[in-house]
Design a protein around this ligand. Structure first.
Ligand SMILES: CC(C)(COP(=O)(O)OP(=O)(O)OC[C@H]1O[C@@H](n2cnc3c(N)ncnc32)[C@H](O)[C@@H]1OP(=O)(O)O)[C@@H](O)C(=O)NCCC(=O)NCCS
Length: 407
């Protein structure tokens, strides 16, 4: 057998973005359009995009976007948005993902990012690397004929606007929502530019043009209609991509608008928060189809920085015994003390209240999944029975954490 040199991992040069994206597309069996390639190029930071190279061929890719993460009660904190992970089939299971993540994590820690986040193509992949499904989401589907609002919605407040107006109007609304909704990641100006760009037909997946419904200063919905006719009867589907509102009336107006569009009979909305008010707006919710959506996975890159970054709902103290196979700095016993909603976290060799892996800590850290649920599933070791309820009360948030944009 001929000994082979392991692939080298390095960040890419600015002129290698196409090569990076071509290698990723091969693994995902995707055929990006020229427009999609240029969009990806505008979002990518070559410095934060890594390739594994073997015999001058790119055999694996992975990178990170510099986001910030909305947390309960404070200004958002930096968060590495891990993305574009791919390993060519002939190089799988030789540790390349492990090496790529090590590079991505090391770089993020050097940049002072206490959290990393990602969307997982398959749920079993990232737990071993310390990622937990911290932000569950819902997929909603409704028949237009079954949608009745319990409270009348001021639908007359909604106007359709063009791309130029939307580009100015939408970002401040989403930022206002982010001030109260943990989990939402920031969007750079370039990100907004590429989200609201020229909307090529080839990327609409059979639907019509992107529509921007606005309640000025208070809310917006991005949607498309996929037209269809059954036996001569219009039977289109409204695909709601994003709907944000800063107050209940604006939310009701937007939902009423997108659920009562002519030529449609069905409405689908993905990546909604688990406490979406629309679930209580509609009278006959039994007729809604609600399924589990893609969660956002989080990882603590710097445990004390991550645990002290947020505000807490209740004061209390506990000692957490944490394991972390990939970032040993996080492992050990930590005393978390919350006073006046503000946390301190320090190493403390006291009897632990709870023992858990860093993945479980990441799962509960934003309050989107309850400690009691993981304890009941046997995923957290409980040494002090009161600690489970205490930690849940401390971690609770007025609004469930949410993240809506795959990256
Ligand atoms: C998923 C993928 C990135 C894994 O890369 P890889 O280089 O084979 O991973 P590694 O060799 O570093 O594997 C590390 C560990 O994860 C496990 N693992 C890797 N992929 C897995 C999967 N899909 N399901 C379950 N376990 C997986 C390996 O078995 C290995 O476990 P071990 O340490 O107990 O041996 C690669 O298979 C791939 O590119 N798949 C298609 C694209 C994709 O899904 N990308 C992820 C986008 S979010």
């Amino acid at each position: 057998m001929v000994a082979t040199t392991p692939p080298t991992i390095r960040s890419i040069a600015p002129d290698e973005v196409d090569r990076f994206l071509a290698a990723f597309s091969l693994v995902f069996a995707s055929e990006p359009t020229e427009h999609q390639l240029r969009r990806a190029e505008r979002r990518l930071d070559p410095d934060r995009s890594f390739v594994a190279v073997a015999r001058d061929e790119v055999v694996a890719t992975g990178g990170a976007y510099p986001f910030d993460l909305a947390l309960p009660g404070v200004t958002p904190v930096p968060c590495a948005g891990v993305t574009l992970i791919s390993v060519r089939p002939d190089h799988r299971r030789r540790g390349l993902l492990t090496r790529l993540l090590r590079n991505i994590h090391d770089q993020a820690r050097e940049r002072g990012e206490p959290f990393a986040a990602l969307w997982a193509s398959e749920s079993p992949i990232y737990g071993r690397f310390g990622y937990g499904p911290a932000i569950p989401t819902l997929e909603l589907e409704a028949r237009r004929a079954h949608v009745r609002f319990a409270v009348p919605a001021p639908v007359q407040d909604v106007v359709l606007v063009d791309t130029a107006v939307a580009r100015r109007a939408l970002p401040p609304i989403r930022e206002a929502v982010r001030a109260h909704r943990p989990g939402l990641l920031s969007r750079s100006e370039a990100w907004w530019d590429t989200l609201l760009d020229d909307d090529p037909v080839a990327e609409r997946d059979g639907a019509g043009q992107r529509c921007h419904a606005l309640v000025p200063g208070r809310g917006y919905a991005l949607y498309r209609i996929a037209p269809s006719w059954t036996d001569g009867v219009p039977d289109g589907t409204v695909r709601v991509r994003e709907l944000h509102a800063t107050d209940p009336e604006a939310a009701a107006a937007l939902w009423a608008f997108v659920t009562d569009l002519d030529l449609t009979s069905r409405i689908v909305a993905g990546s909604r928060p688990v406490d979406d008010p629309v679930l209580a707006m509609i009278e006959d919710t039994a007729r809604l189809t609600v399924t589990q959506g893609w969660p956002l996975y989080l990882r603590l890159l710097d445990l004390p920085a991550a645990l002290t970054a947020r505000r807490y709902a209740a004061d209390g103290q506990l000692v957490l015994e944490v394991s972390d196979a990939h970032l040993p700095d996080n492992a050990g016993r930590w005393e978390l003390t919350v006073e006046g909603g503000v946390a301190t976290c320090r190493r403390r060799d006291r009897a632990p209240s709870l023992s858990l892996d860093t993945r479980e800590l990441a799962t509960v850290v934003l309050g989107g999944v309850r400690v009691s649920q993981l304890a009941a599933a046997g995923r957290i070791g409980v040494h002090d029975t009161d600690a489970v309820a205490r930690f849940d009360t401390m971690l609770a948030t007025p609004l469930a954490p949410w993240h809506e944009g795959m990256f």
